[in-house]
Design a protein around this ligand. Structure first.
Ligand code: GLN
Length: 492
């Protein structure tokens, strides 16, 4: 390795920015070998992961094999893809062929899928090297990545704190240089919240842009794969590689337009932005100050920012939790100990086998969601709760659809607070659900949304700015985020 390249990549892999695009460029230009980059990532994993617990399963052997094959292609002058040689970590709810996929649950502790999820195939096609599977909340139910059968993920900025959830392992891995790109899933905020708590960029595309084929379902009408990276450009390029039309997913949409990577002019002049004051008011002082500063910068760059309040905000969380629990209870019916997954060692008959396998295989939060969902869908309450929640979803979406006629973007905080301490958790599990206040709207309406690091609070914990645009207008938020990222880094 040339010394210059080596120093730069060590800097890239250090604490400040692990730019995947730049790394891919250096690999293409042979300033770095694929193996050297992988060595650095696995060295970070070796040094840090004992504490951070980002990975449930590492796939070192196959990663090095893939690296070798990739290097051959590069050396032969082939175009090996936009992510050629870039180490990518994958959340453990995406199926990976011959690689254990657990969903952080005892239920799937030894499950080995026979196929790759469509988005994993896409990342491999783009040249990404899969480093392993990241830790998460069990079945993606949670906001802290502490409800994992494999123990909690710890925040690289302060290991006493949560990395956010449910894709906490992915966010922490990127923040710690244990991967340059990571895949997550976002049903109600699980890409954006951990990205925000760990200080990385996290993007969830419009519902239907990324295939759900091979993604272990939580709530199918909300679930969407997303990406995390240290910077906007790397995240946007990874997003472009992730998304594709897939006939194997009935909700997949064939819309490759306006994904955003074409808009790196950083021009926000004339952009119309709505600032969601209703959630800003609920924020801790440090978070509110950082968001307000970002707003000022956007205005300074020529954007028009108006404050507004979301009228139906109070209905968002109730509608979200009623509907996702309903969908989850149905999706999780398949884990019965018969075809795959955990089966209790002792039972007296079929019914008893179901009962014991599910009782022993699922954690507490999963059971809570299944019970709530079954209740919501039960004959006596279906009309009263499920159907009503569906109507409320429509109402909420209508409000945002109207707003997106006048605004290119809606912005606000990703979370009202920075990463909470792992050992300080309210006894009441429902309190935990309020953590999704600022993020569920994007999933209720299928809008693209992202988290952009916009500073730190007094304790040095990262703060995320939430940007959301109309369906298929990823370009708006990526453009603004790219501009803001530059302005904020220059101001430092
Ligand atoms: N915290 C939310 C929930 O538990 C969001 C999770 C997610 O997006 N996967 O439902």
């Amino acid at each position: 390795m040339k010394e210059k390249g080596k120093n730069e990549i060590i800097c890239i892999m250090g604490d400040r920015g692990k730019n995947a695009v730049r790394t891919a460029e250096m690999i293409r230009e042979k300033e770095l070998s694929v193996r050297e980059v992988l060595d650095l990532v696995y060295e970070n994993i070796r040094l840090k992961d004992g504490e951070l617990n980002c990975y449930i399963t590492q796939d070192k052997e196959n990663a090095y094999k893939a690296a070798e094959a990739m290097q051959k292609r590069i050396d032969a002058g082939e175009d090996a893809g936009k992510l050629a040689g870039v180490p990518v970590a994958v959340k453990d709810n995406f199926c990976t062929k011959a690689l254990r996929t657990t969903c952080a649950s005892k239920m799937l502790e030894s499950y080995i899928p026979p196929y790759d999820a469509a988005v994993v195939t896409n990342i491999k096609k783009a040249g990404g090297i899969i480093t392993g599977k990241t830790n998460m909340d069990e079945f993606a139910f949670g906001s802290r990545s502490d409800i994992s059968y494999f123990g909690p993920v710890r925040n690289p900025a302060d290991i006493r704190r949560s990395a956010g959830g449910s894709s906490g392992g992915s966010a922490a891995a990127v923040a710690a240089g244990e991967a340059l790109i990571a895949l997550g899933t976002d049903t109600g905020g699980s890409v954006r919240l951990p990205a925000s708590h760990c200080g990385v960029v996290g993007i969830k595309p419009t519902y239907g842009r990324a295939s759900r084929y091979g993604l272990i379902a939580y709530a199918s009408s909300f679930d969407q794969a997303g990406v995390m990276a240290a910077d906007v450009e790397s995240a946007a390029i990874a997003l472009e590689c992730l998304c594709s039309y897939d006939p194997k997913d009935a909700t997949s949409l064939n819309r490759p337009d306006m994904l955003g990577t074409e808009v790196y002019d950083g021009r926000v002049k004339g952009m119309r932005i709505g600032l969601c004051e209703d959630v800003l008011e609920k924020c801790d002082a440090g978070v509110a100050a950082a968001v307000n500063k970002a707003v000022q910068e956007l205005e300074g760059a020529g954007a028009y920012v108006e404050t507004l309040s979301i009228k139906n905000r109070e209905y968002e969380l109730p509608a979200y939790y009623a509907l996702v629990s309903a969908e989850a209870s149905s999706n999780l019916e398949r884990y019965d100990g018969v075809k795959y997954g955990y089966r209790s060692a002792e039972y007296t008959g079929l019914e008893d086998m179901y009962l014991r396998s599910r009782t022993e295989g699922f954690g507490e939060e999963v059971k809570r969601r299944i019970m709530l969902g079954s209740f919501v869908l039960s004959a006596g309450y279906y009309d009263d709760i499920y159907l009503r929640a569906m109507k409320v979803r429509k109402l909420i979406t209508r409000e945002y659809d109207e707003l997106f006629k006048g605004y290119d973007l809606l912005i606000g905080p990703v979370s009202t607070e920075t990463a909470p301490l792992l050992n300080e958790k309210d006894e009441d599990p429902v309190k935990e659900w309020y953590k999704d206040l600022c993020t569920v709207s994007a999933n209720l309406g299928g809008y693209p949304a992202m988290s952009l690091p916009c500073g730190c609070d007094g304790r040095g914990m990262p703060i995320g700015l939430h940007l959301m645009s109309g369906r298929f207008r990823e370009n708006n938020m990526i453009k603004a985020a790219y501009a803001l990222e530059r302005i904020l880094s220059e101001a430092e």
